[in-house]
Write a protein that binds this ligand. Structure first.
Ligand SMILES: [Zn+2]
Length: 408
């Protein structure tokens, strides 16, 4: 057994309520996956992660069913062979639930220095110490098998934005060639995962649809990858600064072409209102660093209170935009019913209310805005932890509400 995907209900808009059965447990979808870059969801102990949403008065247990880890970071430090010798990622980091690793491609293209791309793979220098490394599709899969997540990703090229049609098509062709090589290596070695014998199971491999912002290329990419028959499909290369209508259109057009009986994953999105929208369109899985990254920078998400109306701006689509790192003077805004709150602002210095009176998370049940502002201003590490827990709870609760709606 590697993966079993059971769709329980589909809405006329295409949204699906499903269960994704993996070797380390079952994931209720649509799901938001917190990002544990270096085998840690930054600043949040696993005990806290497991309690998010548990024992609350809300209708759903929203604790995360699955988290992500980044192959590039773990390959460089502590090294995939070290993790393999310690039994794989689940055992190394003491996380018994399902996990997914990315291919390392995105980080190689965005973080590593002096990279050189050839049809064979990518040469790069570590952002840590400048040492030279080479990633090919085969090597990426070898590293991901050693790490041992339940789901791993084919190695792909991430084209820069904006890019011409010709440049995007060439990049997409390379991604397709690398997808075929990733799958061939995986099929030959998938029973080498550290827990294969213990669980009598193995990993699953997802392909990644590319094609930039060009519908014809997205179509071609989806068709080619479906022919290769992956266990699931990701839509990559979005939320890189394009207008939000374009992101939505690329997702909608690609979803139409992907098989209904396999999970569909949009990588690296987004703001809370976006993940809700995409889930209702039929996206089953999403991940983003935003809840934890924004939390560490004092940006908190909450639902608008009845009658409340703040200046409205759509959520920015580039997750790395300045808006996720507000200063004390950054005004608060609203997108739909979701407020982007800036805990650094002076108005919270003596505010005894919780971040969100309707949130049942362990932070909102215990701590005040005044205390959270104090922790942030005093640069106390607990501030980053509590802010991250609330934002994660907010994201996970958002998806729990969508799941309940889709099942109706
Ligand atoms: Zn909360």
């Amino acid at each position: 057994m590697s993966l079993r995907f059971e769709v329980a209900a589909t809405t006329p808009e295409g949204g699906r309520r499903a269960a994704l059965h993996l070797p380390h447990g079952t994931v209720q979808t649509p799901v938001f996956m917190p990002v544990g870059t270096a085998a840690t969801v930054k600043a949040v102990p696993h005990e806290m992660l497991e309690q998010i949403g548990a024992n609350t008065s809300g209708p759903h247990n929203t604790a995360p069913d699955i988290i992500l880890a980044n192959t590039y970071h773990l390959y460089l430090r502590p090294g995939h062979q070290t993790i393999r010798r310690l039994g794989g990622l689940h055992r190394f980091m003491s996380w018994p639930r399902p996990m997914l690793t990315d291919s390392g491609g995105f980080q190689v293209f965005s973080l590593a220095k002096l990279r050189k791309i050839t049809p064979e793979g990518v040469e790069f220098r570590s952002h840590l110490d400048g040492s030279a490394h080479f990633f090919s599709p085969e090597h990426s899969i070898e590293v991901q098998i050693a790490l041992g997540a339940d789901i791993l990703m084919a190695f792909d090229e991430c084209v820069e934005t904006p890019a011409t049609h010709e440049r995007t098509r060439d990049s997409m062709a390379l991604t397709h060639a690398w997808a075929a090589r990733s799958k061939a290596y995986f099929d030959a070695h998938k029973y080498e995962v550290p827990w294969a014998q213990e669980l009598e199971a193995t990993q699953s491999l997802f392909g990644i649809v590319q094609g930039g912002m060009y519908p014809d290329l997205r179509r071609e990419s989806a068709q080619r990858l479906v022919e290769m028959d992956f266990d699931g499909y990701a839509i990559g290369g979005l939320a890189v600064g394009e207008p939000r209508e374009v992101t939505r259109e690329m997702i909608a057009r690609t979803l139409e072409l992907l098989p209904a009986n396999k999970p569909r994953y949009v990588m690296g999105v987004g703001y809370p209102d976006e993940i809700e929208e995409y889930a209702r369109m039929g996206v089953d899985m999403m991940d983003c660093v935003l809840p934890t990254r924004a939390g560490r920078h004092g940006l908190l998400f909450r639902r608008a209170q009845p009658g409340e109306s703040l200046p409205t701006t759509p959520a920015p689509t580039a997750i790395n935009s300045d808006e996720t790192t507000p200063t004390e003077a950054t005004p608060e805004t609203q997108s739909g019913s979701i407020v982007r709150m800036n805990i650094k602002r002076l108005e919270y210095a003596e505010d005894p209310s919780p971040i969100d009176p309707t949130c049942a998370c362990l932070v909102c049940r215990r701590y005040t805005r005044a205390y959270l502002r104090h922790l942030f201003v005093a640069r106390e590490p607990l501030g980053a932890t509590l802010n991250s827990i609330h934002n994660l709870a907010f994201y996970l609760d958002t998806m729990a509400r969508v799941r309940a709606d889709l099942a109706k």
